[in-house]
Design a protein around this ligand. Structure first.
Ligand SMILES: NC(=O)C1=CN([C@@H]2O[C@H](COP(=O)(O)OP(=O)(O)OC[C@H]3O[C@@H](n4cnc5c(N)ncnc54)[C@H](OP(=O)(O)O)[C@@H]3O)[C@@H](O)[C@H]2O)C=CC1
Ligand SMILES: O=C(O)[C@@H]1CCC=N1
Length: 321
């Protein structure tokens, strides 16, 4: 691909995230809104190719994008062959097989692969593609679909500026984006990658409270969602510390402090912080904390075994006496 021509983009694995990313890019192009990085014309893809494995996934791509996207079912090599940039959006478990399929190395030569796979490192990806293939890791989230996403990008130091700018352009059309060192990507996955799911549990629980107090369900959802969105936007737009915003809501002897103390009684802060910790561990396999869990599991097993031995010993004692 010449740097002056528009690239062709292949979404390799076009499920929930692939479609979220495609929706975001296509809506940003049709609304004419510029990405925060500028430089639109050099990066705007001239063609979108979506590769999926089965008919059902294919129907969803057709339903959402019609003729704006070329759909290929079971034709990954053709899709990658026709593209300049490959956005790898399959499940992590199948990526190795797909990238190492016979014939794939040839069509990947010299191309840029941007992987959104959780827990798959740049080193692993580099092992599965030819040396000439450049790799960038990205961790986006589902709000990319409505261009309110959060994406963290990571790459090796030797990646060309043009590739970084291109990845930045793609994800800045979908919301916020920043580069971080790869060592942070498991934590990013647990926080902003999984975050929309955690936020929806909080949103739903708050709305349940409204329903409990007599509000209609739909009104409760609207109030809860807008309150969360408003608070989040205040943090992002004013740069204020969340506690400052919380304190400004809290009237002495008022209703907010009554609610806040109830939250604290329920250990909501440590529960939510540990939620992110647990979510991070899932992909941080070699993390020292994982071995902490392993040690704990072994300790529990040993304790259980010792207990059984002691109990059986006591039984024997009582039979003898
Ligand atoms: N969901 C999320 O919120 C986030 C997910 N991620 C990462 O994104 C990736 C995708 O997740 P998600 O979109 O939820 O998963 P989905 O299962 O929704 O999508 C996976 C897609 O890959 C396709 N696929 C499977 N096997 C093949 C194959 N052999 N060749 C071509 N395509 C194939 C599937 O097609 P078919 O259905 O036909 O099998 C499907 O379209 C994961 O690696 C995940 O870690 C990252 C950030 C957030
Ligand atoms: O649950 C998962 O593994 C993926 C990665 C981040 C969000 N969903």
């Amino acid at each position: 691909m010449s740097r002056n021509t528009s690239p062709k983009l292949c979404i390799l694995g076009c499920g929930t995230m692939g479609r979220a990313i495609l929706s975001g890019i296509l809506s940003s192009l049709s609304s004419g809104v510029q990405s925060s990085s500028g430089n639109e014309s050099a990066f705007t893809p001239e063609k979108f190719i979506a590769c999926v494995a089965g008919e059902e996934s294919g129907h969803r791509v057709k339903r959402d994008f019609g003729d704006r996207v070329t759909l290929l079912i079971g034709e990954n090599i053709k899709g990658v062959g026709e593209a300049d940039i490959v956005l790898l959006c399959t499940k992590p478990q199948v990526a190795r097989t797909i990238l190492m399929e016979s014939g794939m190395a040839q069509v990947l030569e010299g191309k840029l692969v941007i992987s959104i796979l959780a827990g798959v490192t740049i080193k692993q990806l580099k092992d599965w593609v030819p040396d000439s293939t450049r790799v960038i890791r990205a961790m986006p989230n589902t709000p990319c679909m409505i261009r309110e996403g959060m994406t963290v990008l990571s790459c090796l130091a030797n990646i060309q500026a043009h590739d970084k700018e291109l990845a930045l352009w793609v994800f800045s059309t979908l919301g916020r984006v920043r580069f971080l060192d790869e060592k942070h990507l498991d934590a990013v996955t647990g926080l902003s990658g999984s975050g929309p799911a955690f936020a929806c549990v909080i949103l739903e629980a708050m709305a349940d409270g409204g329903v409990m107090m007599g509000l209609p369900r739909d009104v409760s959802f609207e109030l809860s969602a807008q309150a969360l969105q408003g608070a989040a936007k205040m943090v992002l737009q004013t740069g204020k510390h969340p506690s400052e915003i919380k304190d400004s809501v809290t009237t002495p002897a008022g209703c907010t402090i009554a609610g806040l103390l109830t939250m604290e009684d329920g250990k909501i802060r440590s529960t939510l912080a540990r939620t992110i910790q647990e979510a991070t561990y899932v992909y941080g396999k070699s993390d020292r904390n994982t071995s902490r869990y392993l040690k704990r599991a072994i300790y529990d097993q040993v304790r259980c075994y010792v207990w059984k031995v002691v109990m059986s010993g006591m039984k024997v004692q009582s039979t003898i006496s």
